[in-house]
Design a protein around this ligand. Structure first.
Ligand code: NI
Length: 175
């Protein structure tokens, strides 16, 4: 089983909203397994289906991959058709995205969320989370709506990102 290519900004696939998962079949399970392989190779915490070109509303995550592995063992979690049903509080913290490699910026997110969805067998799940995990849920669900973390930046920071991005692109073209 090979890993999948992660689409990078500014790929337009990343800006398309994903329709819900309808068929929970072998093909979907294969896609999920390939996404976990891709997540482990790239050392991210979470990966949304559209990031690998699959326009379906689901994401995967494994908090065992975070740097300070104090409280989380490896646990492969899949959430199909996720939806945040409650959120409260705010927290500003660094955030990154596998589709925008090397870029980290402080983003304001709800501190605590309640998310519902389906597991990979189609069973209903509800997960309450705070801090980093709540942030991850909001980030991945944004991907499913075609929204990147750049949308949460102030205009000034977004302009700075775009300038830096254009410059890097130009330098890469010259090589
Ligand atoms: Ni991302």
């Amino acid at each position: 089983m090979s890993e999948l290519e992660i689409l990078k900004y500014p790929n337009r696939q990343l800006t398309k909203p994903c329709p819900p998962v309808i068929n929970i079949d072998g093909r979907l399970q294969g896609q999920i397994d390939q996404m976990f392989k891709t997540l482990y190779v790239s050392q991210g915490l979470g990966l949304a289906a559209p990031q690998v070109g699959c326009l379906q509303s689901f994401f995967i995550y494994d908090l065992g991959l975070q740097e300070k592995k104090t409280s989380h063992a490896h646990e492969r979690i899949v959430v199909l058709n996720p939806e945040i049903v409650e959120m409260e509080g705010e927290e500003i913290a660094d955030e990154g995205c596998l589709s925008i490699p090397g870029y980290f910026e402080k983003i304001n997110r709800a501190y605590r969320v309640l998310m519902k969805g389906l597991d990979r067998e189609g069973k209903e799940i509800r997960i309450e989370a705070e801090g980093l995990t709540a942030r991850l849920f909001q980030h991945e669900i944004d991907h499913l709506k075609g929204v990147l973390m750049l949308s949460h930046l102030s205009r000034l920071k977004r302009d700075m990102f775009l300038r830096k991005f254009k410059k890097q692109k130009k330098q890469a073209a010259l090589k």
